[in-house]
Design a protein around this ligand. Structure first.
Ligand SMILES: Cc1ncc(COP(=O)(O)O)c(C=O)c1O
Length: 398
């Protein structure tokens, strides 16, 4: 008998966003609003810092936990942004992307046969990584009432079994744009402590936070952030934060992220990095220090532009009958419910074929996602204007 692919690998469902994207990639002139990426290139000063880092010899392996200088820069960043003191030598590890931070941290939390609760609709990678760890994700959908999403704490209680070991939530959320309030965070923390669970907060969109725009820009100091769970928990709590340079600094292709967490987990995750990627690219890490130091002005401009894009798209969708879309406070997505749609993949495919606008089908985001589409509004304004006009015509002609 020839060997088969492992059951943990086979348990991972194919991404329905990717499935739609593959159809779109075979077509010309598609308005691509299906991926979570802006078309803004990495700022020049960050690219130049990477070139200099290469010239300066940052072309070797680094520590498994990442360059000490980048971890120190991150500790300073957290002190300024959230007033949180972190030990850069023990509580921060650099990873080769946010998704690798998720991967290594989940490996450190789940044993085969364990269960992890995931608040959905959610970016599918967390649940997929749980499958890859021979564990089972249990989805608990957010509830929508009076135009706002919230956490269904009663459903969370019901989802706990003797095998549950962790809870993953994303704030600001992909795809909802929902942001956990401080009260939500306190309740999540209390829930995790009471049940003896790891609490994993994916905060990769924390700097794309619109209410924060009312804070004045202070020279050289980071401002404008959604509330971080790190402000609420102690350093001894079983809490891990997942982070990335991808979204705030337009560095998706650089593959650079980090995690913050309890010392024992960070030590293990750093050690496991050796067997996954060994380390993130040294010159990228060095350039990231520059991004943290000098990125505030450009980040603020980007968030202002994103808010304008959000409001523009909301304005269009708000005029279409049968479309419901809560106003998101963060990230760069709208998650629109379309009346009468019960197969969001087929709907998105038809929209793509007939209008050449590619949106992500809501079914890709797990429980609570069907019947919706996700629109990424991080594109250039002219792209968005044309795409939204086509979506409007398509929906009105139904
Ligand atoms: C919720 C969430 N977490 C993590 C990531 C990972 O980002 P990256 O792997 O590019 O750092 C993404 C990317 O889309 C995301 O949407």
């Amino acid at each position: 008998m020839p060997p088969t692919v492992s059951s943990s690998a086979l348990a991972v469902p194919y991404s329905r966003i990717r499935e739609l994207a593959e159809i779109a990639m075979g077509m010309d002139g598609v308005y691509k609003l299906y991926f979570g990426e802006s078309n803004v290139p990495t700022p020049e000063f960050i690219k130049r810092a990477a070139q200099k880092a290469m010239a300066d010899g940052f072309t070797y392996y680094t520590e498994n936990a990442g360059l000490p200088s980048l971890r120190k820069a991150l500790a300073r960043y957290y002190a300024e942004l959230h007033g949180v003191e972190l030990d850069p030598s023990a509580e921060i590890a650099i990873t080769a992307s946010g998704v690798q931070a998720l991967s290594v941290a989940i490996r450190c939390m789940l044993n085969p046969g364990d269960e992890g609760i995931v608040l959905t609709p959610a970016w599918p990678n967390g649940a997929a990584i749980m499958h890859m760890s021979n564990a089972t994700p249990r989805e608990v959908p957010h509830v929508l009432a009076s135009g706002k999403y919230s956490i269904d704490f009663e459903a969370l209680e019901r989802a706990v079994t003797p095998r549950t070991r962790m809870l993953l939530y994303t704030s600001p959320s992909n795809p909802l744009g929902w942001v956990a309030t401080e009260q939500d965070q306190e309740k999540l923390l209390e829930f995790a402590r009471r049940h003896g669970l790891w609490l994993m907060a994916d905060e990769v969109y924390e700097r794309l936070y619109y209410p924060g725009l009312s804070e004045p820009l202070k020279k050289g100091v980071p401002t404008c952030s959604s509330p971080s769970i790190l402000r609420k928990c102690s350093r001894e709590d079983a809490v891990v934060v997942i982070q990335s340079f991808s979204k705030a600094y337009c560095m998706t292709g650089w593959r650079l992220g980090w995690l913050v967490g309890r010392k024992d987990l960070v030590a293990r995750a750093s050690q496991l990095n050796e067997f996954m990627v060994s380390c993130a690219a040294g010159f990228a890490q060095r350039a990231a220090e520059t991004a943290l130091l000098w990125g505030e002005q450009i980040l603020r401009e980007m968030v202002c532009r994103l808010r304008e894009n959000r409001d523009f798209c909301l304005g269009v969708l708000g005029k279409i009958r049968g479309v419901t879309v809560p106003v998101p406070d963060g990230a760069f997505y709208l998650f629109a419910r379309i009346d009468g749609v019960d197969d969001s993949f087929e709907f998105s495919k038809r929209l793509l074929m007939e209008t050449k606008v590619g949106l992500a089908p809501g079914v890709a985001f797990g429980a609570g996602g069907e019947g919706h589409v996700r629109i990424c509004y991080a594109s250039d304004r002219p792209v968005l204007e044309e795409a939204m006009a086509r979506v409007k015509n398509f929906l009105e002609a139904r």
